[in-house]
Design a protein around this ligand. Structure first.
Ligand code: FAD
Length: 480
């Protein structure tokens, strides 16, 4: 353990981790503070490789108290501060220029779990949590994101949406969070204790505090998972089958990966990914995919739960090893749409997509469609189209990437594309899922939060009075 002090040298407006005469404040930390080296380099970028912003200092805390001391310091000196998870948002949402980055992944203890709960530090990776719970016959009760080596605090700040189509977002399965507010107070929040703070933090992109710990809901592990992939070469059929399956309600996961034209067929191929979690009770059920008339061979498998939920992470880890995927520029596009408009929006976008949009030939990417039942989402910071409770909302992602070298204009073109698509989506009542590379102006944020904007402003005023927290998304700049 290193005892370190944090100093702010006034005239040069400089950070230092050693005592100097010009130090105006000090607070002893049990974690580590870096002002140079790999820690700072790492904290200056994210997975998108689109934006770089260099913090003055990076805190790797050992305790929530470390976080609180640094936040208090930043609050008093009006220094911007951003919590950082694994950096898998793609447009600099976790970055902070000339401020302090708090590397929450340094807090990564799974503190305990029982039949209905697990208590974790916010820097725990979902990939670790899933395995620990499975070893005890348990799983997180909500859905999991496709890629699992991301932090609990990071996905709770985003929303956390996966192929599980019946249960809403991960933030709907949180009992309590421990959060260090923008004034440096360590607070436990839940639906009963500090409910406004609880609601503002979940899906709130780090605007009201640093989540340091969370108690999540847990349920029994399935005895196995049966899964299928069904191909369709026309969009109408693919949507009809997904809706039929959603209405039947017998599957736990329904989502679609769209393969580029020229790979499996001359046209885009809609690969429906379906799964059923077995509970071991009674005779195994059959007939899940009967009568669906796929346009090619059906892939079917039965695996254990952990193999099932880690299979997409394994694909991406292979890309990282073999395709320099980490280095790729990833100007990703993510939008929520109502059931009534998703077909036409997807049709329009797919119709416009060039090889480059499909990540060809210099990258690796996905085009994804994830339907979810609208009525089960309960947290207002995750913005969704207006729907009846039994209707479906769809998350549509175009996750384009390219090696950085071939086309210097690639990023610019893709950001312009995203802006055009987002404008079209908004006109049709859609909402950005702000994890990707849509650049928001202040007006965009006010529009995004709509009739909840006053509440966003109010909670910022209370819990981040100095407006130091998480400048990356640009919400601070939109405040009155
Ligand atoms: C390959 C890939 C697949 C993905 N698949 C999915 C998917 O299926 N579903 C889905 O919903 N998302 C998905 N995502 C997006 C992912 O869930 C978000 O990017 C999420 O935020 C990642 O967590 P992180 O630890 O990387 O957070 P970071 O990117 O580090 O941070 C995200 C934001 O949250 C803030 N933040 C981070 N930690 C905290 C904290 N402890 N307290 C308060 N604020 C914090 C940061 O300041 C930043 O603004 C995917 C991303 C990738 C790269």
């Amino acid at each position: 353990m290193t005892d370190q002090a944090l100093y702010w040298r006034r005239p040069g407006q400089d950070w230092a981790s050693a005592v100097t005469e010009s130090a105006v404040a000090a607070s002893v930390l049990t974690g580590d503070l870096f002002v140079t080296g790999d820690a700072v380099r790492e904290a200056s970028r994210d997975f998108g490789r689109v934006v770089d912003r260099r913090p003055h200092a990076v805190l790797r805390p050992r305790t929530a108290e470390d976080v609180a001391k640094v936040v208090r310091f930043c609050h008093d000196h009006r220094v911007p501060l951003a919590p950082q998870g694994t950096g898998h948002m793609t447009q600099g949402q976790r970055l902070v220029e000339a401020g302090v980055a708090v590397d929450v992944t340094a807090l990564r203890t799974i503190r305990g779990h029982g039949p209905g709960w697990v208590d974790v530090d916010a820097g725990v990776l979902w990939s670790d949590l899933v395995r620990t719970l499975a070893a005890a016959g348990r799983r997180f009760a909500g859905g999991l994101t496709g890629y699992l080596p991301v932090s609990v605090g990071g996905t709770l700040s985003a929303g956390g949406v996966g192929p599980d189509c019946h249960n809403g977002a991960q933030i709907d399965f949180v009992e309590r969070i421990q959060i260090v507010t923008g004034s440096g107070d360590i607070v436990w929040a839940s639906e009963r204790e500090h409910p406004t703070l609880f609601n503002a933090a979940l899906g709130g992109i780090g605007q009201v505090g640093v989540i340091t710990r969370a108690v999540l809901k847990v349920t029994a592990l399935p005895t196995g998972v049966r899964s299928w992939v069904l191909p369709y070469t026309d969009q109408v059929a693919a949507f009809a089958v997904m809706r039929e399956l959603l209405d039947r309600g017998t599957l736990d996961e329904v989502f679609c990966v769209v393969a580029p034209p020229g790979t499996l067929a001359p046209v885009p191929t809609f690969l429906l990914h379906l799964a059923h979690y077995e509970d071991g009770a009674g005779a195994p059920r059959e007939g899940f995919v009967d009568g669906l008339y796929p346009r090619g061979p059906v892939q079917e498998e039965r695996t254990d739960y952990v193999s099932h939920v880690t299979k997409y992470s394994a694909i991406m880890e292979r890309w990282q090893r073999e395709e320099r995927w980490d280095d790729c520029v990833k100007p990703w596009f993510d939008v929520w749409h109502a059931d009534a408009v998703i077909d036409s929006f997807v049709g329009d976008v797919l119709g416009q997509m060039t090889a480059e949009d499909w990540s060809l030939p210099h990258g690796k990417g996905f085009v994804l469609l994830m339907p979810h039942r609208a009525g089960v989402f309960r947290r207002s910071r995750l913005r969704l189209p207006q729907q009846g409770p039994d209707d479906w909302v769809w998350l549509f992602d175009v996750l384009t990437s390219s090696q950085p070298d071939p086309d210097p204009l690639f990023t610019e073109k893709m950001l312009r594309r995203n802006q055009n698509w987002l404008n079209a989506a908004r006109r049709a009542g859609g909402f950005a899922y702000p994890v990707g590379s849509q650049v928001f102006t202040p007006e965009d944020w006010r529009h995004h939060y709509g009739d909840t904007w006053d509440e966003v402003v109010r909670t910022k005023k209370i819990h981040d009075p100095a407006r130091i927290l998480t400048p990356g998304p640009g919400i601070n700049a939109a405040l009155p």
